[in-house]
Design a protein around this ligand. Structure first.
Ligand SMILES: Cc1cc2nc3c(=O)[nH]c(=O)nc-3n(C[C@H](O)[C@H](O)[C@H](O)COP(=O)(O)O)c2cc1C
Length: 194
């Protein structure tokens, strides 16, 4: 295998999600963020609809996101235990970069919405791999706050856009010590011979 291909496969196989609370400064530079977003924009895209949207949340904006997460969680679930509230408060503060991911869904188009969502998901996968290839940890998380219409609106998503969650990005602390475990390949693959 050519060295370039082997490095790419190695990067794909070694990616693992890093819990948001283990992400630290420094975050990626603007150039590293741009490279990752460009990788996301190379996802396959039926109909060329470019459904993906990325909202970068960094610096003091993370404090406002943290406050929004806590306020909405309290409003949706008034009996939320303090530990869960504290997790919602801390997560956006721990990672230096949070990316809210949205999909702009065209209902009037022959390409089904499902495919537009798949294309956005493929973009997020490229985003995660690009951050990993540049040495950063990242994780894609959803949960109640990701699907909360008030939070989506506050982030600037309009009625045609659906929030698909948050990608948390930062330096890994501590660095991963062992390779990620992966499912047994044979359980998911079979030949079809007609
Ligand atoms: C669309 C999507 C949403 C996810 N949402 C959550 C979540 O809210 N909470 C969580 O613990 N993991 C969530 N995950 C799983 C993590 O992102 C991650 O894949 C998982 O922890 C396994 O780690 P790995 O990527 O290293 O295999 C989500 C994954 C996807 C694809």
């Amino acid at each position: 295998m050519p060295a370039e291909a082997s490095n790419t496969i190695e990067a794909l196989l070694s990616r693992r999600s890093v819990p948001a609370l283990l992400l630290r400064e420094p975050g990626p530079s603007q150039q590293q963020i741009d490279a990752s977003i460009d990788a996301a924009l190379r996802a396959p895209d039926h109909g060329g609809l470019k459904p993906w949207r990325f909202v970068l949340i960094r610096g003091a904006a993370r404090t406002r996101l943290s406050q929004l997460f806590v306020r909405r969680l309290q409003q949706r679930e008034p009996a939320t235990p303090p530990g869960k509230l504290e997790k919602a408060r801390t997560m956006p503060l721990s990672a230096p970069l949070v990316i809210a991911v949205g999909a702009r869904l065209r209902q009037d188009h022959k390409v089904p919405e499902l495919e537009q969502l798949l294309s956005t998901g493929a973009g997020v996968m490229n985003l995660l791999n690009a951050f990993h290839a540049q040495g950063f940890g990242a994780i894609w998380l959803t949960g109640g706050n990701a699907y909360d219409p008030e939070i989506a609106q506050a982030l600037g998503f309009d009625a045609a856009e659906r929030c698909l969650g948050f990608v948390y990005v930062g330096s890994k602390s501590p660095p991963a010590s062992s390779p990620p475990s992966r499912p047994e390949r044979a359980a998911f693959v079979r030949d079809w011979s007609g």
